[in-house]
Design a protein around this ligand. Sequence first.
Ligand code: GLU
Length: 479
Amino acid sequence: MEKRLRLAPSPTGLFHIGTARTALFNWLYAKKIGGKFLIRIEDTDFLRSKSEYTKNILDGLKWLGLKWDEEPVKQSERISIHKKYIKKLLECGAAYRCFTTEDEISELREEQKKKGLPPKHDNRHRNLSKEEVEKFISQGKSSVIRFKIDEKIQIKWEDQIRGEIKWQARDLGGDLVLSRRAMGYEIGDPLYNFAVVVDDNFMNITHVVRGEDHISNTAKQILIYKALNFKQPTFSHTPLILNAEGKKLSKRDYVTSIDEFRNMGYLPEALANYMAFLGWSPKSLEHEILSLDEISKIFDLSDINKAGAKFSWEKLNWINSQYIKNMESVRLSEIIGRYWDEMSWEPPSKEWSIKLAILIKDSMTLLKDAIDQSKPFFFLPPIQKEGQDFLAKGDSKQSLKLILNFLIDKNAVKLNQEKAREIINEISKMHNIKKGVLMKSLRVAFFGSLSGPDLIQSWELFSESKSDILRIERCLKLI
Ligand code: GLU
């Protein structure tokens, strides 16, 4: 039988890291077992669902490389089917109309609260006669449909992550509401716990993998599977993502939508790689930098932890920096080029951009670090105090003059690294000046300070952008 997994996001907000991690685990496991990864948009909360959120979720999945295998299913298009099944449950007596008003429910809650009891419906309309139902309807009362829960039973399932889970039916809050309020003999719009079962069955879902906050829903859904005589999928409940203090991750932790990670300068493959480790710990692992395909080969639901997974910016940053370091230089230069475009910085050539990308990539953690790291190559830097102090000492100012004269005399333009090295060697020998002094002086002229990227590689770039002579002249004028 074909193995089928799904992500069932509600488009009531931007694509969040928790949903993205659930998507990733579903995708990885689908690949691992040769199954399919599907999407169902659960858009039946008409007040909160927005098509821009659906777009944001699908765009985010694509960006992360989590391709789905079939056209996404829209839950809102299936409401009439859900209602058909509710009708079936009504007809066989597994469900009934409940006319309890909102006020009556609040009253019941108050009473329970006073007694220190958890909220639970008292199933007061479970056994209404046909005449009583008619009477309520003729009085113009609205009703929901409730599913009868047998309080005596225990619900059990073998969770693929947590092992056996048992739930007492009496702890499920009373008979389960299947649909929203409606007037007369109408059936209102179906609610999550019912629609999800009908749709998972329709989509032939074989494995449900979702967050641990759905454990009590699973208990309810199993009862509906049984009542409708549907084949039950296997269930797996993934751990929550926690902040550094061990609390559920929230907006206050600055971890929000996948978009924001993208805007912050994280690479999709780095974020996906990192997210896989949020709760998954394989038994043996040689290294942690792995592509999704590599992870899918070793991934298993049984290696997902039960305990919450702590979100770590440090680890995410480290993984991102590894991806930047190892990235193919043309691709990196194109990504960096987009940042330059935004700043209206114009590189002299494509080759120059590639060389600069190679030069700065080791000092980048986020893609946007490219702005700070490449800025000195586009703009003349201020000469800082340490630079001024250095040039005030010994042969350093003289060194700059010698290099400048050499460049002008020899009409040395468009230097490569070898040529640049030769110039330093030659001047050092000719004038008996230490190479270190020549290089440090040049560094001050180029960067305004004594730190910065590799000098010879930088010189090649400054030479190509015709800014080496300019920088030396300017520095000599300033000091
Ligand atoms: N729409 C539900 C949610 O976003 C789906 C849960 C499930 O996977 O069944 O939480």
